[in-house]
Design a binder for this molecule. Structure first.
Ligand SMILES: [Zn+2]
Length: 368
C-alpha cells in the first residue's frame, strides 16, 4: 500500500547532498553532508549522536529494553571525488539518467533511505531501525569499523544502501575480501657508470616482487592481485636506493587471504643486500554468500515481484561495509540507487528505476 515515492522531492534532496562535495580526505566537508542528513533524520523523530571518529548514529524507535533487536542500515557520506570535481562533472540530466559525483556511490542511497524511512510515517518495525552514517568508507572505514561491528552484534539484520550492481536491478549478496600491501625495497645507491657493483637496485628487487606476488593470484577461486602503484629511483645514472610498490588484493575466502598473506610476508629479494619493509594486509574480510543473506534476498525478490519488477543478485569483487557485518548478522547489500559509473566520470543514477528501489526498501523495512 505504499504510495509512489516523490521523485521531485528525492531529486531536490539529492541535489542538496551532491552540491556539498565530500571527499574522504576532508572530514569537515563530509560532516557537512552528515549534518544535513542528521537534520532530516531528526525531522523524522530520530535520536541522533556523533560517535568517536565522526560516524553518526541515527536511531528510529529503538527498543530501550533491548529485548527486540533493531534493523541496521549502513551508509557513507564520503565520496572518492576531490573538491572541485563538480566544476568539470556537474549535476546534469540526460533523459532518465542523472549524472554527478556521488550520485550512485552513494548519495542516492542516502536520499532513498531517508525517503523510505519517511514513508513509514513513524511506524517503526519491531526493535526499530538503527542507521549508521560513516565518513570514511572509501578509504577503508578505519574509524567507523568498530561502530559498525558493534551495531551489527545487536542487529537482526544489516541492510547496506550501496548501489545495486551497475546497470541492473541486482542486489549484492557477496563481496570479495579486500586488502592492500605497501612494500618498500631499500637498496644501496651507487653511480651506475663508475661503481655499479657497489649498488643494490631497489627497482630490480621491486620488479621481482611484482612478478612473484602477481604469481600468487588464483583467479579460478577468486583471488586477484594487482600492483597498482610503483614509485622508485632518483636519477637515470643512479642505482636506485628505494622503490615502493602498492598491491591491491581481493579474495573470496579467509583461507585464501591467509595463504596470500603468508606468502607476501615470506617473500625476499634475490639480492640479499636489499632490505624490505611491508605494511598492510587484509582490510575487509570476504562477505561470503551465505544462507542467511540468500534468505534475505529471497524476501526482497518476492517484494520486488509484488511491486512489478524483477530483482536479481550477484556476488561482486568490490568491498563495502557489508563485509564487516556479514560474518556477524544476515546482510543484504546493494539497496541504494540503481545506475552506473561508480568512481568514474559517467557516474549516474537511473531515475526511471530509482523509485521502485525506494519502494522495495520501504517494504523491506516494514516487513522484515
Ligand atoms: Zn559506496
Amino acid at each position: 500500500m505504499s504510495a509512489q515515492p516523490d521523485l521531485t522531492a528525492m531529486l531536490a534532496d539529492l541535489h542538496t547532498l551532491v552540491g556539498i562535495e565530500s571527499p574522504s580526505s576532508d572530514p569537515v566537508a563530509v560532516s557537512r553532508v552528515m549534518d544535513v542528513v542528521e537534520g532530516w533524520a531528526r525531522d523524522l523523530g530520530a535520536t541522533t549522536r556523533a560517535l568517536p571518529g565522526g560516524t553518526r548514529s541515527l536511531q528510529f524507535g529503538l527498543d530501550a529494553s533491548g529485548a527486540e533487536r533493531p534493523l541496521l542500515i549502513l551508509m557513507h557520506a564520503d565520496t572518492v571525488w576531490p573538491t572541485g570535481t563538480l566544476e568539470r562533472m556537474p549535476w546534469r540530466h540526460d533523459g532518465d539518467r542523472l549524472y554527478g559525483p556521488g550520485t550512485y556511490d552513494m548519495k542516492g542511497g542516502i536520499v532513498g533511505t531517508v525517503h523510505a524511512l519517511r514513508a513509514l510515517h513513524g511506524e517503526w518495525p519491531r526493535g526499530g531501525i538503527h542507521v549508521l552514517l560513516s565518513p570514511d568508507e572509501e578509504i577503508g572505514s578505519v574509524t567507523s569499523r568498530p561502530h559498525i561491528e558493534a551495531a551489527a552484534q545487536g542487529a537482526r539484520a544489516a541492510l547496506v544502501v550501496e548501489p545495486p550492481v551497475a546497470d541492473s536491478h541486482a542486489l549484492k549478496t557477496g563481496r570479495k575480501g579486500t586488502g592492500g600491501y605497501w612494500l618498500t625495497l631499500h637498496g644501496i645507491a651507487s653511480h651506475a657508470g663508475n661503481r655499479p657493483a657497489d649498488g643494490a637496485s631497489a627497482i630490480t628487487a621491486a620488479a621481482e616482487a611484482v612478478l612473484a606476488i602477481h604469481a600468487l593470484a588464483r583467479p579460478e577461486v577468486g583471488t586477484t592481485i594487482s600492483a597498482g602503484v610503483i614509485h622508485g629511483g632518483s636519477a637515470m645514472n643512479v642505482i636506485p636506493e628505494t622503490c615502493t610498490v602498492e598491491f591491491d588484493v581481493r579474495v573470496s575466502t579467509l583461507d585464501e587471504a591467509q595463504r596470500v598473506d603468508d606468502a607476501v610476508r615470506a617473500w625476499a629479494p634475490t639480492d640479499t643486500r636489499v632490505r624490505t619493509t611491508l605494511t598492510g594486509g587484509l582490510n575487509r574480510p570476504p562477505f561470503e554468500q551465505g544462507e542467511a543473506t540468500l534468505a534475505l534476498y529471497a524476501r526482497a525478490r518476492d517484494l520486488a515481484r509484488d511491486l512489478g519488477f524483477t530483482l536479481e543478485h550477484e556476488s561482486v569483487g568490490g568491498g563495502s561495509d557489508g563485509n564487516f557485518t556479514a560474518p556477524i548478522t544476515p546482510t543484504l547489500d546493494g539497496l541504494g540507487a540503481p545506475g552506473d559509473g561508480a568512481h568514474a566520470a559517467h557516474e549516474h543514477i537511473r531515475l526511471d528505476r530509482w523509485p521502485d528501489h525506494v519502494r522495495l526498501l520501504t517494504r523491506l523495512l516494514r516487513t522484515l
